[in-house]
Write a protein that binds this ligand. Structure first.
Ligand code: UD1
Length: 417
């Protein structure tokens, strides 16, 4: 099994270009079921995207991957396709459940495996199903599968989500694409990735408007072809911002839109990180005097749960006791015992982690548990003395494109064995 070995305390210096967003690409790929000919650019070539491609191919779409250009050309021209998303593909990547909305609205039926829990929490799909039922789908759960039918097509309706969910908002948007009449979705997630999905659906002719957390979808004439360039990965950008705040002499992070990551930039500034904003990049230099902060993870525009583990590593270097309250997932502090083994002083009280800093981190052999937890260990390895060996890095490969290459270009000592 592959491992990463990092020799810490090397200063980072140079430029890091941010890849396309994994979490925007996944729902947009599910939306390609709705079109017949799509060209997508700025696709991050990471494991989760290849799993989604495998799922779409299983369903019957034809996909050409142009790796050098991070481009996909996708055709859905068959009359008969497989409206099934099997367990073996959905279990490794929960976003597979997003094909449910597209299949149902276009073909009137879908059988999609329940994704089950994962390392960070139970992650149910009740909100996805609530929206589809409101749009007129008949849904049964049988043998671990969601069996959904809408023989006469879906019908627009008003849906108020009892709590905010990214995936449920996306599934509802996809399902509403071909629904008759008007659909109103209330209390939606409004993550930038959802706005990117909406911009793709609009290119396919959808009539969609967002006001606050309400999304209006009106029946409209559809097109069958679209071209789209996927937005940048704001979590990857945030991760390298934190790496630079930890060990950056001068690092420029480019191919981003700083306006989209205002919360992250302002949070790091409050901690004391030096950040200079440009139009499509930011430059960071390390400040050794970091201050404590208290923060909650929240849906966008709040601080993202996907950056919580990385921020925690930065806070081990800040003066005083910081608090992070994890409000989105119930089991997202799995990196804490590993960080403590490296010398951090972090206690957990229910949903709150208290980080006592500053502490010197020492390299150790550690174990990655999920995507964002594993990258937090990479960050800890960058600031730690001596060598850090990270096991189970397949988690990292699900979501970070060319991580070692990007860090090595900035003079980090990191290698895969
Ligand atoms: C997406 C992101 C993930 C991110 C998360 C929150 C993708 C592929 N993944 O995941 O990286 O961490 O948003 O920003 O974009 N919930 C329910 N019932 C449901 C659905 C969700 O109770 O039917 C709960 C979840 O358990 C969780 C909360 O709602 O506690 C938010 O989850 P959600 O926003 O749906 O996350 P995902 O879409 O799975």
């Amino acid at each position: 099994m592959q491992k990463l070995i990092i020799k810490g305390r090397n200063e980072l210096n140079g430029k890091i270009s941010i890849s396309g967003s994994k979490n925007a690409t996944l729902p947009i790929l599910a939306a390609c079921i709705l079109s017949s000919n799509t060209k997508l650019q700025n696709i991050p070539l990471v494991k989760d995207i290849f799993t989604m491609i495998e799922l779409l191919e299983f369903i019957g779409l034809k996909i050409k991957i142009i790796k050098k250009k991070n481009t996909l050309i996708i055709f859905n021209k068959k009359n008969k396709i497989n409206t099934l998303a099997p367990y073996k593909l959905v279990k490794t990547m929960r976003a597979g459940v997003l094909v449910l909305g597209s299949l149902l609205t276009k073909y009137g039926k879908a059988k999609v495996s329940l994704p089950g829990g994962c390392a960070i929490g139970t992650r149910p799909v009740d909100l996805h199903l609530l929206a589809l039922k409101k749009l007129g789908a008949k849904i049964k759960i049988k043998d671990g599968y969601i069996i959904a039918k809408a023989k006469k097509g879906l019908k627009g309706s008003t849906i108020k989500f009892p709590s905010i969910s990214v995936g449920a908002t996306e599934n509802a948007l996809l399902a509403a694409f071909n629904a008759k009449g008007k659909t109103i979705l209330k209390n939606c997630a409004i993550e930038p990735e959802i706005k990117d999905l909406i911009s793709f659906l609009k290119k396919l002719g959808a009539n969609i408007k967002i006001i606050g957390r309400t999304i209006y979808i009106h029946e409209s004439f559809k097109k069958l072809e679209a071209y789209h360039k996927v937005m940048f990965d704001r979590i990857e950008a945030g991760t390298y911002m934190i790496a630079s705040a930890l060990v950056g002499k001068k690092v420029t992070i480019d191919r981003i839109d700083p306006k989209i990551i205002k919360t992250e930039i302002n949070t790091l500034k409050k901690i004391g990180v030096n950040i200079k904003k440009n139009k499509s990049s930011i430059t960071i230099n390390r400040n050794k005097n970091l201050k404590q902060i208290n923060i909650l993870t929240k849906p966008y525009p709040g601080f993202p749960t996907d950056l919580q583990a990385q921020l925690m590593v930065l806070l081990t270097q800040a003066e005083g006791a910081s608090k992070i309250q994890e409000d989105i997932f119930e089991n997202r502090f799995m990196h804490v015992p590993e960080l403590n083994r490296m010398g951090a002083k972090i206690e957990i009280k229910n949903k709150i982690a208290i980080i006592h800093g500053p502490t010197k981190l020492m390299g150790a052999e550690v174990m990655a548990t999920d995507l964002r937890a594993s990258v937090s260990l990479v960050l800890a390895g960058l600031i730690a003395e001596n060598r850090t060996k990270i096991n189970r890095i397949y988690h990292l490969d699900r979501g970070y494109e060319s991580l070692e290459k990007k860090l090595k270009n900035c003079k980090a000592e990191i290698r895969r064995v």
